[in-house]
Design a protein around this ligand. Structure first.
Ligand code: AMP
Ligand code: MN
Ligand code: MN
Ligand code: MN
Length: 299
């Protein structure tokens, strides 16, 4: 039964806002019993080749992954891409554009925090960023914890980094249509990440799901570290209603910060198509006999 497979198709490395290397994540996934894994760094494919190689060496099946930042009805939505060709030029170009505004945004965030009495946060956040192109709110959060302003990163987000707070800066990311199209045209499946996290009205959420589907989106995260058990069921219903496949992923970032460990979430609720069934031909197997063993992983 494919849905019993321990698949964890959402997590972050030092290439975006995680604290572990792709190799350490692969080892951790393996130790936790994960059988099919994807590294999904924000707006960036720089960790894909390392992740795929580490997975191969550990006997872990692998799907390429990314989490694209999108603006939809003035909110940030995350679209996970899985099983694409990481060498695809249009996808690479689109991601480069998407992450391109992060440096300026970070400087503006730093100005906002300075007005609230917190100095030097741009330089402080940069120290935590393994990839300077991917400077994110998470790196600011780590700096504010290090400097003793807050106890943990959750408190930083609540007090400083969310809408209406001093370090929050409006930003326009990729369009939903572009993100889905880049993933699809690179041979992958697009998945709506952690839908319960968005603050959409019922009508807006309906618009998100229907437009996503119309653009060729194929899946939705049902079981994720960001959802409660009740939300698993809500989005299992949404998956069935919209004819979307279901995904499962911890969204693990760090042993010190994340509440959800790699590979430990419950399985998908019944009567859903697991997204990895749609991507069977894109899975990188560990033996040369498996289908898709030679799928490209990029550089
Ligand atoms: P950015 O792409 O710079 O806007 O940063 C988004 C990242 O910040 C997410 O991927 C999460 O890792 C983290 N994040 C967002 N909201 C919160 C929150 N409320 N608490 C903790 N981390 C959060
Ligand atoms: Mn993140
Ligand atoms: Mn996300
Ligand atoms: Mn994520």
């Amino acid at each position: 039964m494919p849905s019993i497979l321990n698949a964890d198709l959402h997590c972050h490395s030092v290439v975006s806002d995680g604290t572990l290397t792709p190799e350490a994540l692969a080892a951790r996934a393996k130790a936790n019993g994960v059988e099919l894994w994807a590294l999904t760094d924000h707006d960036e494919l720089g960790g894909q080749q390392r992740a795929a190689l580490a997975a191969k060496n550990l006997g872990l099946q692998y799907l390429t992954g990314v989490e694209i930042s999108v603006t939809f009805i003035n909110q940030t939505v995350h679209i996970v891409g899985l099983g694409f060709d990481a060498d695809n030029p249009a996808l690479q170009r689109g991601l480069m554009q998407t992450r391109g505004g992060r440096g300026q945004r970070a400087m503006k965030m730093s100005e906002g925090l300075a007005k609230a009495g917190i100095q030097g946060s741009y330089e402080g956040a940069l120290k935590f960023a393994g990839n300077h192109e991917l400077i994110s709110r998470t790196h600011f959060a780590r700096f504010l914890v290090e400097s003793g302003v807050c106890r943990d990163t959750y408190e930083v987000f609540r007090k400083y980094l969310t809408e209406g707070k001093p370090g929050f800066v409006e930003h326009r990311w990729a369009s939903l249509k572009d993100a889905v199209t880049w993933i699809r045209e690179a041979g992958g499946a697009a998945v709506i990440a952690h839908p319960a996290r968005y603050k959409f009205s019922t009508n807006e959420e309906f618009a998100l799901f229907s437009e996503f589907k119309n653009h060729g989106g194929q899946g939705v995260e049902v079981v994720t570290g960001s959802h409660t058990a009740a939300e698993y069921l809500t989005y299992a219903d949404a998956a069935r209603e919209f004819g979307l496949a279901a995904s499962r992923g911890s969204d693990f970032h760090s042993p010190d910060e994340s509440h959800t460990e790699l590979g430990t979430l419950p399985g998908l609720p019944g009567n859903l198509t697991p997204v990895w069934e749609l991507l069977a031909h894109r899975i990188q197997h560990t033996s040369t006999s498996g289908p898709g063993a030679s799928a490209s992983t990029g550089h």
